[in-house]
Write a new protein. Structure first.
Length: 327
């Protein structure tokens, strides 16, 4: 007898609130990573820092996975896990750490923030997600704000061609990693997908083991603690909350949410590092937040035809996609 699965229920306010809280957690923790990377990067090279961060993340995620007894994700998840593990957890972290040593922080921020735009375009092309006007408008406003923040943060040093190329590479692999992870979340939980993705990223960074050991022997305790913090919070916790939220919305809207990071970085640098923001930096941060608000606002008009474009329709599309493919 063939059983027809029941249609997905409309997302409840409680579920929507949890997804929003998960996205906000990710954004705050990823913003804090910039402060920690600045400290740890003074003692650790890009590859060693990425490997140490991933090893700390694997230990935490693996322990939680064992306690929860979730086991392995479905077979259909492994393509996305491997791709996102190599690109996002591995190559992205090395390229970003390296690129930030070759260019000033403002230039790096402007270049890496191309990633969410690429994410939305790739999501529309590869996942069949819509490109609603509010999302495009919000991303345009936020990207303008990111550019303004970047100009406010930029130093007077020159940016090398290698540094620009590395930051652009980080933006591309970041977008590819997110888009490849999205389908995998239909076959396993966010904890499963990110645990094994982090493990694959750590394996890809194993060639830096010798460098990590030698640098750890000479690094100050503060730098090592920052590296561990990066693995536990911006990696283990933030990637898991990211996956939880990503499974309940589109890659484009999640990418737009990360434009809040520059604004939070400006605030954290003020509170934690006593770096008083300039008027230009404050203006850029406000533009970033305004763009996120526009991109995540609900369309007030009636349902559209064809591919879903609004947030509510997009969530329903994702639920159907997951319901049809989850084993």
């Amino acid at each position: 007898m063939t059983t027809t699965p029941a249609g997905p229920a409309t997302p409840t306010p409680a579920r929507s609130w949890r997804a929003t809280a998960a996205a906000c957690t990710t954004v705050v923790l990823w913003a804090s990573a910039f402060v920690s990377i600045r400290s740890a990067g003074e003692a650790y090279s890009p590859g060693a820092l990425a490997l140490g961060r991933l090893l700390a993340g694997v230990l935490v995620l693996g322990a939680i996975l064992l306690v929860r007894r979730e086991g392995l994700p479905g077979r259909g998840a492994w393509r996305g896990i491997i791709t996102s593990g190599v690109l996002w957890f591995g190559l992205y972290m090395v390229a970003l750490n390296w690129g930030e040593q070759e260019v000033d922080a403002g230039t790096a921020a402007m270049l890496v923030n191309i990633g969410p735009i690429l994410m939305a375009l790739m999501g529309a092309r590869m996942l069949g997600e819509g490109l609603p006007r509010r999302l495009l408008l919000g991303m345009g406003i936020s990207f303008s704000g990111a550019v303004v923040v970047g100009l406010a943060m930029s130093g007077h040093g020159s940016s090398s061609v290698l540094g620009v190329a590395l930051c652009l590479l980080a933006a591309v692999v970041y977008a590819l990693g997110v888009v490849s992870q999205k389908p995998a979340l239909a076959y396993g939980s966010s904890l499963q997908i990110n645990t094994f993705g982090c493990l694959i990223g750590a394996v890809a960074c194993l060639p830096f083991t010798g460098v990590l050991i030698s640098e750890a022997a000479e690094a100050p305790m503060s730098a090592t603690l920052n590296m561990i913090y990066l693995g536990v919070f911006p990696t283990a916790l933030a990637f898991t909350t990211w996956g939880y939220a990503l499974a309940r919305t589109t890659a484009g809207r999640m990418g737009a949410t990360t434009y809040a990071v520059p604004a939070i970085v400006v605030l954290m640098a003020w509170v934690l590092l006593d770096e008083v923001p300039t008027l230009l930096g404050v203006l850029g941060g406000l533009l970033c937040l305004a763009g996120v608000a526009v991109s995540r606002s609900r369309q007030q008009t009636g349902p559209t035809r064809g591919n879903p474009a609004g947030p509510v329709e997009g969530n329903r599309h994702d639920a159907e996609h997951q319901g049809a493919r989850r084993p």
